[in-house]
Write a protein that binds this ligand. Structure first.
Ligand code: ZN
Length: 682
């Protein structure tokens, strides 16, 4: 009789014999018990884990002469024919070679005919992802509503290639890789039945090499039996045999390598690699095994019940647990992270051996280096024991900043800005204002010191005065910590946040361009100083809304102005600053042609004419501007892009340059606050 390979000879014939797929077999059996059998099933999963086998058993259960049973008898004609692939009513099709639309048309034409001598006509299509879209479309209608005597069972290794319209018409079952202990148990059973002498370690190695596939495991076992014999005690199959044949690393070698990593013994690790490479071992496989081994250690250190998670035999589990208990869990985690990060690059490395050695050296160096957390813990312990002087008071830190950033900004400012000539009660941030003088003697075009970079995080205003320590250079560890945060440039923006005093500058120049900056003054709470108050006082008493109403009535009586009233009613009175009455239009409320009409010279001529009649003083002027939402809600006022001169000025400010140099950053954006500089002032 012809030899039948183990994979075929020991193919499961009943649901109870299918290994590692209980979630699927139970569902199918329950569907049969509850008479809820669907008409199309899709079995998904890697090769050799029981998709086709389960489909055949399911077909037997449906067509068994004993009735539709949760477990086929395996004895009747139908069961035997299906097992031999000889049933007329169970049509097995290889989707890879029968993927054309003509093949599917054959199926479609034949489904109409009732089964020859069974309950159901069952189509079992393997590698179903190979079917062309045209073939699928030809089947779509049949698949949606097949005749009651037809069942479809599809199997595929690549479910993502199956059209969603097909998947949605099927019940999908995902097969899992089979755990190592289950494969070992199955192989052991086969060995007993076949009278093969084999070591447990050899079965374990076969199961690892099979990577979760039962058919692969059985094929490897077949091959090893052919290599060793195994039929007598003298020909016993040992782990070493499997390792020799398949180029694997033994569990002992993996363990030695891992212990080398854990004990920072690069010499031991390189010797293991040398040994394996000399015997032509697959180093890619070794790396994968090593990652898996260290991962098992990690699971042992963090999980309450590692045996439930790890695919290990009992003896391997005990060994792994013992090793895991002897080392620092944090070290294992650092090793796993280091190795996993290299997995992808390792696959593409040209010189695997060199890459492996270099990688292990680097990963070990990083994993075993002194960790900052450990130093802090030791310092705290020393301090608690009274062996360290008290640490300086902790620096108050704004929540959104990297912790080191405020500390950084403050010393830089202190070092490079001479004590500013401001009253002692002034907030410390004024020190920044002092380094932003107006460019020339003319009224400053930039009303407010320009902040650098966005977004400006909130800063604790009292920071420098509360922390005298920060005036000295930051300690080295802070410097190192800070280097990780080039974004600390944001601190400059925070430090350069406009102080309230600048409003006075606006007040000093009441005739300044109409201005969005003027708007800000109207809303900013601080009262102007006495000298400026006199100039502003009369205007401040005026009510923009009342003045606007007066203007509208005047327009209604004007010959050409009356037509403008509906449009003008949609403007907003904003403020009266000095002699300037500001009115704004909202670009979101007005259409483009309406905005053009508002801005038209003839419109403005009429408006000015009418305004002159209601203006509080002869010098009063009216200005119509675009409404900027941030003016009303945002206390910081309007920010705009600077001119190139303004930008250069900001970038060359000593403290900005110093901060950039200190954090290794650069100015990425500049915003200035205040009106555009007038022509000739730049
Ligand atoms: Zn049967």
């Amino acid at each position: 009789m012809a030899y039948q390979v183990l994979a075929r000879k020991w193919r499961p014939q009943r649901f109870s014999e299918v290994v590692g797929q209980e979630h699927i077999t139970r569902t199918l059996q329950n569907a049969i018990l509850q008479s809820r059998v669907g008409h199309a099933y899709l079995f998904v999963g890697p090769r050799g884990i029981g998709k086709t086998t389960t489909a055949r058993i399911f077909a037997k259960a449906l067509n068994c002469l004993q009735g539709i049973v949760p477990e086929p008898c395996g004895e009747c004609t139908n069961c035997r024919e299906i097992a031999q692939g000889a049933s007329l009513d169970v049509i097995e099709i290889d989707g890879a070679s029968h993927n054309k639309v003509e093949h599917v048309r054959d199926i479609r034409d034949n489904v109409q005919y009732t089964p020859a001598h069974s309950r159901f006509k069952i189509y079992l299509i393997d590698e179903v992802h190979m079917l062309t879209p045209a073939a699928w479309n030809a089947l779509l209608k049949t698949l949606e509503e097949p005749p009651p005597h037809v069942k479809f069972l599809f199997a595929t290794t690549e479910a993502h290639k199956v059209l969603p319209t097909i998947v949605s018409r099927c019940q999908r079952f995902d097969f899992k890789g089979i755990p190592v202990p289950l494969i070992v148990a199955c192989l052991r059973q086969i060995a007993v039945q076949e009278g093969i002498h084999v070591d447990e370690g050899a079965l374990s190695a076969i199961a690892r090499a099979a990577d979760g596939g039962m058919r692969d495991a059985q094929s490897i076992f077949d091959q090893i039996i052919a290599f060793c014999g195994g039929l007598a005690e003298a020909e016993r199959i040992r782990e070493q045999d499997v390792i020799e044949v398949f180029g694997l690393a033994s569990a002992g070698e993996l363990r030695t390598l891992t212990v080398g990593l854990l004990s920072n013994d690069l010499n031991a690790a390189i010797e293991v690699i040398q040994n394996l490479a000399d015997r032509g071992r697959d180093l890619e496989r070794l790396f994968a095994d090593l990652v898996a081994y260290v991962r098992n250690l990690m699971v042992c250190t963090v999980c309450r019940d590692p045996g439930r998670i790890l695919e290990l035999t009992e003896s391997d589990l005990q060994e792994t647990l013992a090793l895991a208990r002897s080392v620092d869990p944090a070290l294992i985690q650092r090793l796993v992270q280091g190795l996993v990060a290299e997995e992808w690059s390792f696959r593409s490395a040209l010189n695997k051996r060199l890459y492996l050695e270099a990688t292990l050296a680097r990963v070990m160096l990083e994993a075993h280096s002194v960790q900052l957390n450990d130093i802090i813990a030791q310092l705290l312990a020393l301090q608690a024991a009274g062996q360290l002087p008290a640490l300086p008071a902790p620096v108050r830190v704004a929540p959104v900043l990297p912790p080191a950033a405020p500390v950084l900004a403050a010393p830089v400012l202190a070092a490079h800005n001479p004590p500013p000539p401001v009253p002692p009660s002034t907030p410390p941030t004024v020190a920044v204002t002092a380094v932003l003088p107006p460019p020339v003697a003319v009224p400053p075009p930039v009303a407010v010191p320009p902040p650098v970079a966005v977004p400006p995080p909130p800063v604790t205003p009292a920071l420098p005065s509360e922390t005298p320590a920060v005036t000295s250079a930051p300690p080295p560890e802070l410097r190192q910590y800070r280097d990780g945060y080039p974004a600390a440039v944001a601190a400059v923006a925070a430090a350069a946040e406009p102080p309230p005093e600048v409003d006075q500058e606006d007040a000093d120049y009441p005739a300044d361009p109409p201005a969005v900056a003027a708007l800000q003054v109207a809303e900013a709470p601080p009262p102007p100083p006495a000298a400026a108050a006199a100039a502003v006082a009369p205007a401040a008493e005026a009510d923009p809304a009342r003045l606007f109403q007066a203007l509208l009535s005047e327009l209604e009586q004007h010959a050409t102005g009356a037509a403008l009233v509906p449009l003008c009613k949609r403007l907003r009175p904003v403020s009266i600053i000095g002699s300037v009455f500001q009115v704004a239009y909202d670009p979101e409320e007005l259409a483009a042609d309406e905005i053009r009409r508002v801005q038209a010279p003839e419109t403005m001529k009429v408006v000015r004419e009418c305004f002159a009649r209601v203006a509080p003083t002869p010098e009063s002027a009216i200005v119509v501007k675009r409404w900027i939402a941030s003016v009303s809600g945002d206390q910081r006022g309007v920010r705009r892009r600077p001119s190139s001169e303004e930008r250069t000025r900001v970038e060359n400010l000593p403290f900005v340059r110093e901060v950039c140099a200190a954090v290794g950053g650069q100015v990425v954006d500049v915003r200035v606050q205040g009106p555009e500089p007038r022509r000739g002032e730049r």
